[in-house]
Every structure is written in C-alpha cells, then in structure tokens.
Write a protein of this length. Structure first.
Length: 254
C-alpha cells in the first residue's frame, strides 16, 4: 500500500501549484479530481485539450497522478458516452488504472443505474481502467449492503471505500466489513458521527484507522490509499498540517 493526496485539498491554487504543494508534503502520488466547475480540470477541458492536460499533469517533478476522481454534469448516458471514454484515454496515457465515480442519487431506479454502470464499465475496459463507485451519502452506495449488491450486479465494478460516509450516515454504528472484498481504492480523513462532521481535525474524530488498515491487510489490499480532505468550504483550521499529520499516521500503520 502507498499513500496519495487528493487535489481537492488545494482548489484555491491552480493545478500545477496544487501538485507542487502535495509533493512538498511528502506525497509521491496524487488523485486528480475532474469535476464540473473545477478550478483545476473539468470534463470539458479534458475532452477539448487532452494533450495539454497530459503535459500539465506531467509537468511537476516528484509527484505522479495515480488515480482520477470523475464527476460529470449528470448521469445522462449520452453525456457519459461522449466524455468518459476521453477521460479513460487520459488515464491510460498517464498509466492510471483507478477511476472513481459516484453512483446515482439515492432513490434512483436500480435497474436503470445497473445498466448505466454496465455501459460505463464497457467504455473503460479498452483503456485498462477499473471503474470504482465511491461509498457516498446520498447515492445508491450509502449503505454497505447496497454497495456490495451494485458490484454483484455489475461484476467488473469495484468500490472506492470512503468510510466517513458510513461513519456519519445511515450505517452509523454498524459494521461495513462486507465491502472490503470489493474495495479497489480508499479515501480517508478523520470524521465525526454526523454529516456536518464528515471532515474534522486529525484526532478529533471517530475514524477507526487501525481497524480499516487491518481489514485491508486481511484482504491483501496492495493499492493506493488517498487522503481526501477538502478546502471548500474553507475549514476553520490550516489544512496542510492536517494532511501531513494524517500522512505520517497512516504511513506508520502501513
């Protein structure tokens, strides 16, 4: 296992500076977010300027893009057919295997989402990309049981485990051990037990870091763990010391 840092922690800087700051914190890998309205990269930018994006992501020494987090404007299938294969091509050029997306919102038609995800996975396959849905509040993966069932319905699909959403969501206080066989990527931060405490200072939350690492070891997980913290809305504490502290904490466990 190795550690990465999400570019979502540095959206107040341009992408080049964000990658440089991630490297300065001691990370060798970054997860790059590609989202609508992002100050770094949007899906439209990737589709229109693919070669320039590749050059930019390779421009900062000491840091390698190692995973992508992708959101599009909607779950509309035609939009995904237009934009997602280009993003997968970007991943392939950069040697990235893991691309994380969100499942449809809670309450969405299950069969329709299964069919959509089957299509998304098929568009990723030629580029050697593993598509992962994030375990996230407000989506069809907000409970461990539903997340596992989604993977069973779409066999190549895997999970990006974000345990914060299980700690402070409908699954609060319950086990989520059942998801670990399907985990291909991990997002970590310290969290409280209510949605307004989904990100707190390291040591002030209830995240069972040791148990999570033990479970990953038990399932022979040997891929990246991304520290995903957010600078928007701006937290009431400096974020870079928190990122450094959590990196050192997790590195000691690994």
């Amino acid at each position: 296992m190795d550690l990465a840092c999400s570019t979502l922690a540095f959206t107040r800087y341009n992408l080049e500076e964000a990658l440089r700051r991630i490297a300065d914190l001691g990370f060798a890998h970054a997860e790059v977010a590609i989202t609508p309205g992002s100050p770094h990269l949007t899906p439209e930018t990737v589709c229109r300027h693919l070669n320039d994006v590749v050059e930019l992501l390779r421009s900062v020494s000491g840091i390698a893009p190692a995973a992508l987090l992708v959101e599009l404007e909607s779950t509309e299938l035609r939009l995904w057919q237009q934009q997602f294969p280009v993003i997968c091509r970007l991943a392939n050029i950069l040697g990235i295997v893991t691309v994380t997306i969100a499942a449809a919102p809670s309450g969405s038609d299950w069969a329709k989402e299964v069919e959509r995800l089957r299509q998304v996975v098929s568009w990723a396959f030629p580029y050697g990309v593993v598509v992962c849905v994030e375990t996230r509040l407000g989506t069809l993966t907000e409970t461990p049981q539903a997340a596992v069932e989604l993977c069973r319905c779409v066999p190549p699909l895997r999970l990006t485990l974000d345990p914060s959403h299980y700690l402070c969501g409908p699954n609060a206080g319950q086990s989520f051990d059942g998801v670990f066989p399907y985990v291909h990527h991990v997002h970590l931060r310290d969290s409280g037990t209510t949605p307004d405490k989904i990100q707190v200072r390291v040591g002030q939350g209830k995240m069972p870091f040791t148990r999570i690492i033990q479970q990953l070891h038990r399932h022979e997980y040997d891929r990246l763990i991304t520290i995903e913290m957010f600078d928007r809305p701006e937290p009431p504490y400096p974020l870079e010391p928190e990122l450094r502290t959590l990196r050192l904490l997790l590195a000691g466990m690994l």
